[in-house]
Design a protein around this ligand. Structure first.
Ligand code: F6P
Length: 353
């Protein structure tokens, strides 16, 4: 291969720049040139008004001074129409028109479907897992996860100080879409009492009971870490709670907001609870050392596979060894919840006997 393309797509993740840098420098070291597409597949489809804003030739120098920066300098976007066959064919024609023979897609699960489709149509693609969610079970870690957990941890440490001073509980919502990994890891690292995740059923009644118990044990501040997808595994009867506590304005129908959950927990536990949603702060910031290393290793490995005429694969890391698996094997499955980490959380929190 003489020329390859690279893009970032889906939600940005700290460490994506390190991966782009590794793609570019490994390609150049192997005699290939690199085209960087902007805004994911939108750049490949040349959708911006100014065509010069869709892609650029990346040199060793273009990626200088990027390894330590969060976000992605190629920018990112979702491309809803990319599932259409004619759109995929247009993407291939555009890349071939630029002399590009293979593509590295740095992204999450959604983009891998598009990558797989391009590959099935005869255009070689290798995927690099970039998402803070860590929701791709074929790899132990995705690029951005470690930084997101560290950012969440720093925020929770700060919230704990004010909670402790006021003897309040704190319900802190972290990102992760359908995956509880950011929540579990943050909870363990910050010494939280309770974690609520989409992969394990939970109830408001039991959570309120735990808050009461923690207070009886002498805890001044109870920290509850909730994954944003945790409402999916809530087993409480919301209609019954709405009737029991009409003054809280809980409707019983819509998904319960975290502020309403905090109000219910406060009412049912008899302890003041404040809610904080951490939100996009978890996606920004300088990547951690782990994410810079992971981005560098995976980006470089992806280019080596293309160079060796291997494609249709997503790269990852298992037990600290680089792996590559066919795209199809990355689809549809959920990472099994790490029961040993949950057990450890219970042992280390107030709830061990
Ligand atoms: O996939 C990363 C992520 O930040 C999820 O944790 C979150 O659910 C989602 O993206 C938010 O997506 P968007 O920025 O498109 O609203």
């Amino acid at each position: 291969m003489k020329r390859i393309g690279v893009l970032t797509s889906g939600g940005d993740a700290p460490g994506m720049n390190a991966a782009i840098r590794a793609v570019v420098r490994t390609a150049v070291a192997n005699g290939m040139s690199v085209v960087g597409f902007k805004r994911g597949y939108n750049g490949v489809l040349m959708m911006s008004e100014n065509s010069r804003d869709d892609y650029e030739i990346l040199t060793k120098r273009s990626v200088s001074n990027t390894i330590h920066r969060g976000g992605t300098f190629l920018m990112t976007a979702r491309c809803k129409e990319f599932h259409l066959p004619e759109v995929q064919e247009k993407a291939i024609a555009n890349m071939r028109g630029l002399g590009i023979e293979g593509l590295v897609a740095i992204s999450g699960d959604g983009t891998f479907h598009g990558a797989d489709a391009l590959n099935s149509r005869g255009f070689p693609v290798v995927g690099v897992p970039g998402t803070i969610d860590n929701d791709l079970p074929y790899t132990d870690y995705t690029i951005g996860f470690d930084t997101a957990v560290n950012t969440a941890l720093e925020c929770v440490d700060k919230i704990r100080e004010t909670s402790d001073s006021h003897e309040r509980g704190s319900l802190i919502t972290v990102m992760g879409r359908d995956c509880g990994d950011i929540a579990i890891n943050t909870a363990l690292a910050c010494g939280a009492e309770i974690v609520l995740i989409p992969e394990r059923e939970w109830s408001i009644e039991e959570t309120a009971g735990r808050i009461r118990w923690a207070a009886m044990e002498g805890k001044r501040s109870t920290i509850i870490i909730m994954a944003e997808g945790a409402m999916r595994s809530l087993k409480s009867d919301l209609h019954a709670l709405a009737q029991k506590y009409p003054e809280l304005g809980v409707t019983g129908d819509a998904p319960l907001s975290s502020s309403k959950l905090a109000a219910l927990l406060e009412k049912m536990s008899g302890h003041e609870i404040r809610s904080t949603v951490l939100g996009y702060i978890q996606r920004g910031g300088n990547p951690s050392a782990s994410d810079r290393l992971l981005g560098s290793r995976l980006g470089s490995h992806a280019v080596q596979l293309l160079r060796d005429n291997q494609s249709g694969l997503a790269v990852g890391v298992r037990d600290n060894h680089l792996v590559e698996v066919p795209f199809a094997e990355t689809f549809g499955s959920h990472r099994p919840v790490n029961d040993s980490l949950l057990h450890l959380l219970d042992t280390l929190s107030t709830f061990s006997s």
